[in-house]
Design a protein around this ligand. Structure first.
Ligand code: PEP
Length: 247
């Protein structure tokens, strides 16, 4: 089986000002030579300047969300084409904070993924169960259902990744056991193969949720883990580099 190239992406969420750009530069300088692809997804307003700051480095810049339409009367929204125009190469879609806080359904996430592909962006599609769903024994069904509903057919043969982010592990310091991560990642891989065939073996399945330097090696070397989506620990170069260097 073809192994995916690992991807380690930092989700800065609503954090970071122009004064934070040197932090991104320090990440790029410190991860030169990593065998992972490294990306930073800052707030949209920083994308253009971050691309300039990181020009000539291997670090990719991504968005955190994109609208499904290219342009139009959608006050406050940003299209995938706009992200690409600013220099973004990837985009996080369907993050649980947007699913829960902005009412994003699987169908909406799938439309956004179509728009991202049309704009030439590589989607990172997030899925993950709540604590209640895990405690009810529904985690596998919920997450594989999200994969089926959020990934459009157009992803076949295209570069994309899936980020498994248990909602209860995000920003809490809690993480699933390695066995639970492996069980979920294997289920996601099987679903991807069913949907897109063996060509999707190159799509990394990222783990996200309280990844930090201290637990990165165990998580990143777990079966079917193809990288990480990192929130809080991606804001400081030392922490993010500690994760990247665990590979
Ligand atoms: C995230 O929000 O995508 C995330 C993984 O956050 P954290 O690493 O802070 O748990």
């Amino acid at each position: 089986m073809v192994q995916p190239t690992p991807l380690i992406a930092g989700n800065w969420k609503m954090n970071g000002l122009r004064a934070s750009l040197p932090e991104a530069r320090a990440i790029a300088d410190g991860c030169a030579g990593s065998r992972a692809r490294v990306a930073i997804c800052p707030p949209s307003l920083l994308i253009h300047e971050m691309c300039e700051e990181l020009a000539g480095t291997s670090v990719l810049v991504g968005g955190q969300d994109a609208h499904w339409e290219t342009s139009g009367a959608f006050t406050g929204e940003i299209s995938a084409q706009m992200l690409a125009d600013a220099g973004a190469r990837l985009v996080i879609l369907g993050h649980s904070e947007r699913r829960a806080g902005c009412g994003e359904t699987d169908a909406i996430v799938a439309r956004k993924a179509q728009a991202a592909l049309a704009a030439g962006l590589e989607p990172i599609v997030c899925v993950g169960e709540t604590l209640e769903q895990r405690q009810a024994g529904e985690a596998l069904a919920v997450v594989t259902g999200q994969v089926r509903g959020s990934l459009p057919a157009e992803l076949a043969g295209r570069a994309f990744s899936v980020a498994y982010e248990p909602v209860w592990a995000i920003g809490t310091g809690l993480t699933p056991t390695t066995a639970e991560i492996e069980e979920m990642h294997r289920a996601i891989r099987a679903t991807l193969t069913e949907l897109f065939g063996p060509a999707s073996d190159t799509a990394p399945i990222l783990y996200g949720g309280s990844v930090k330097p201290a637990n990165a090696a165990e998580i990143l070397y777990a079966a079917e883990v193809g990288g990480a989506l990192v929130g809080g620990a991606s804001l400081k170069a030392d922490d993010f580099l500690g994760i990247i260097r665990a590979l």
